[in-house]
Ligand binder design. Structure first.
Ligand SMILES: Nc1ncnc2c1ncn2[C@@H]1O[C@H](COP(=O)(O)OP(=O)(O)OP(=O)(O)O)[C@@H](O)[C@H]1O
Length: 289
């Protein structure tokens, strides 16, 4: 388990992080979201030891994270770091060797990953000749080549086409299924919803909401939706705040069982469910609170 504990960081007068804590368990995919400048990159840089915190701790499996363990992490920095004049396959293998793999191991792992990322045909091409999206796939391969124990990725999905998004998403879920904690930041909230077990929302250097996606959604549920086929208008008969939308009645703060009885007595009930908010709605509400 990776735990980021109570990070504080200032840049001159700017308070970038003001007590940021979050964690990812083995096999858990955590989505890290927040507006521009909220503190995501700073948090991830500190977790990777690229930047020092003013205070706070990074704890891995119960002990302060050391340099050797960090070498076994996979990191995709926001400033992508590839060598443009190196060939794709050599590039990925080179990073494997930097992480302590033998030449042969690194070459094999690079070839496997590039195949998984549909880049086998580009293995002998220079990185600078690849499209930006393909360069990003290479960047992911670089962060995965040494079979990392933990993955920390700064906006890995930005600029990818929908196919590449699927490839990247599968690669991340596979790593988590193999037991790695995975943390990634993104502004694409639909992706967070689809891929993540948990979400952490940061605003102005503070965590403003966090938890398993299902729990966050369940906590924010307010509105009951009843669809009923009837000739009558039932609006005035339900308790709570009631909005009618055709056959649908949206009820807040009412008595759901009483509403169900009234609806069933009036006609055929075709739907009776609490509307769950999307992660995008939860995010918007959290940042404007
Ligand atoms: N090297 C730096 N020097 C000065 N200020 C910095 C530096 N790095 C970050 N900041 C400031 O710290 C705050 C947090 O920035 P950070 O890059 O962590 O945000 P972010 O959530 O990653 O944003 P984005 O979504 O735009 O990438 C911002 O106010 C930013 O301007």
């Amino acid at each position: 388990m990776l735990e980021i504990k109570d990070l504080h960081k200032r840049f001159g007068d700017t308070v970038a992080l003001d007590g940021v804590s979050l964690s990812a368990e083995a096999g858990e995919v955590v989505g890290f979201v927040g507006a521009n400048g909220a503190g995501k990159t700073t948090t991830m840089r500190i977790a990777m030891g690229v930047l020092a915190a003013d205070s706070g701790q990074i704890v891995y499996d119960g002990a302060p994270l050391g340099v050797e363990q960090r070498r076994r992490f996979g990191y995709m920095p926001s400033e992508r770091g590839l060598y443009p004049k190196m060939k794709t396959g050599e590039q990925v293998a080179y990073f494997g060797e930097l992480h302590g793999m033998t030449k042969a191991e690194a070459k094999r792992s690079a070839a496997e990953l590039l195949e998984q990322l549909s880049l086998t045909e580009r293995i002998g091409d220079f990185v600078q000749d690849l499209s930006l999206g393909n360069q990003q796939r290479v960047q992911l391969a670089v962060s995965l080549v040494h079979d990392p124990e933990v993955l920390i990725l700064d906006e890995p999905f930005s600029g990818l086409d929908p196919i590449a998004v699927d490839v990247m998403g599968t690669a991340l879920r596979d790593r988590a299924a193999a037991g790695a904690p995975v943390i990634f930041s993104s502004h694409q909230l639909d992706l967070i919803e689809r891929l993540c077990d948990s979400v952490v929302i940061i605003g102005n250097g503070r965590i403003i909401a966090s938890g398993p996606v299902d729990e966050l959604k369940a906590k924010e549920v307010k509105q009951l939706r009843i669809s009923v086929e009837t000739g009558e208008d039932l609006t005035a008969r339900f308790s709570g705040t009631v909005t009618r939308d055709g056959d649908d009645y949206l009820i807040e703060d009412g008595d759901d069982q009483e509403a169900l009885r009234i609806a069933a007595a009036a006609g055929r009930v075709t739907r009776f469910a609490y509307d769950q908010p999307t992660i995008a709605e939860i995010f918007r509400e959290a940042v404007t609170r």
